[in-house]
Design a protein around this ligand. Structure first.
Ligand code: IMP
Length: 209
């Protein structure tokens, strides 16, 4: 049985505002007081892992060194026709310095890079993709729990919608017609990879409340 999470402060071990916002929404019903890594002035560890779980654990343990339990999210987009890329490197594909020499992330650049690689495979390319999310919980004594979620969909072009973050404007979930950036946050929370992982976390560490 997983270790239970008691009401009280929990560090959200992410500096990604989109993720922090979604995790706060998902945690709202559980008597948890979320504090972001940014608010605590915690440094962002280097994501040197080669799997989502390795990177999520790295971030959660680094934040749990603050003395509070910590929750991290490592997530990304797996594109079938690209052999699962960008995968764990999803955020890196948005780094401007790779292309233009200055630091910072540009999601249009990242979405365009994926689209460019798909276009190279011709008009009939398989546009299937999945968002995946690994949530890791770590406690100051070193205990850890990991939960994985996934949502399948299709990539569309050009990007549509202004809600959400990251690659949301090009991702249409299976059975839908609108992108994750066009639908309301509550509708995304009902089906997203993050919500899928979060459902497993809730069942395990809040005793299914
Ligand atoms: P990391 O987990 O910090 O390495 O970054 C994962 C990247 O995947 C994010 O910066 C986003 O670009 C992308 N990503 C993860 N979850 C979502 C999502 O819900 N919508 C859109 N993009 C996402």
């Amino acid at each position: 049985m997983a270790r239970q999470l008691s009401p009280g402060k929990l560090v959200i071990a992410s500096h990604n505002q989109g993720k922090v916002r979604e995790i706060r929404d998902l945690l709202a019903p559980y008597g948890i007081e979320p504090v972001s890594a940014g608010e605590l002035g915690l440094a962002e560890p280097k994501e040197t892992g080669t799997t989502f779980a390795e990177n999520a654990l790295l971030k959660a343990h680094a934040a749990a060194a603050s003395g509070l339990p910590a929750l991290s999210d490592d997530s990304g987009l797996e594109v079938k026709a690209l052999g699962g890329r960008p995968g764990v490197y999803t955020a890196d594909w948005a780094e401007r310095q790779w292309f233009e020499g200055d630091a910072g992330r540009d999601w249009y650049l990242a979405m365009g890079k994926v689209e460019g690689l798909l276009a190279e495979q011709g008009p009939d390319v398989d546009r299937s993709a999945a968002f995946v999310c690994t949530l890791a919980l770590a406690w100051p004594d070193g205990h850890e729990e990991v939960f994985e979620g996934r949502v399948e969909g299709q990539l569309t072009w050009p990007p549509r919608g202004a809600k959400g973050f990251g690659y949301d404007p090009v991702f249409v979930p299976l059975g839908g017609t609108q992108t994750f950036a066009e639908i309301e946050p509550a509708a995304k929370h009902a089906i997203s990879h993050r919500a899928d992982a979060f459902g497993k976390l809730v069942a395990a560490v809040f005793g299914g409340q």
